[in-house]
Design a binder for this molecule. Structure first.
Ligand SMILES: [Zn+2]
Length: 171
């Protein structure tokens, strides 16, 4: 399963690329939504209850039809929730259409360097019966490269805050 740093960094970068400068505070404030779907780890329907396409779609519809003035907030929320589902789909599978249909949809696309320096490319996708092996199969929340990535980004954030602070001081 993609760990939390991947879940945080990927949509964050995507949103930074497409967003207007004035939306950056919403992007940062709503960031925790990128890992919220994993709360269903505590439910019996892990990777189903909050890992389906209907939750981000609901946010999107609310943004377009109900809370038009707050559309940006709903759009950003939807991106965070959808990116989590997509990343998990590439990392084992999710019950994409839960509760209508509880097969797990998965994509397995990897490029691996073999022992003889040969490249092994895998592309496989489809659906299989729902299982909860995820609950016990993968215990970590952040693996070591992921933690390194978060430290790196955190330092960049500290650097940016410091630069802004210096700018304020010398006004
Ligand atoms: Zn997840």
């Amino acid at each position: 399963m993609p760990d939390w740093p991947m879940h945080l960094i990927v949509p964050l970068l995507a949103l930074f690329i497409v967003s207007k400068k004035e939306d950056i505070r919403y992007i940062l404030l709503l960031l925790p939504l990128a890992v919220v779907p994993d709360i269903d780890t505590f439910a019996t329907q892990h990777r189903a209850l909050l890992h389906n396409i209907f939750i981000p779609l609901t946010f999107l519809l609310f943004g377009f039809l109900v809370f038009k003035g707050k559309r940006t907030i709903f759009m950003i929320s939807s991106v965070y929730l959808a990116s989590h589902v997509v990343l998990d789909m590439f990392g084992g599978g999710v019950a994409l259409l839960y509760p209508l249909y509880d097969e797990m949809t998965y994509v397995n696309a990897s490029l691996v360097m073999g022992r003889a320096n040969d490249l092994i490319w895998t592309l496989d996708f489809g659906s299989r019966t729902y299982d909860t092996g995820w609950k016990t199969g993968y215990g970590f929340i952040s693996d070591s490269p992921g933690t390194g990535a978060m430290v790196f980004l955190f330092l960049a954030g500290v650097g940016m805050a410091y630069r802004n602070w210096i700018k304020e001081e010398h006004k």
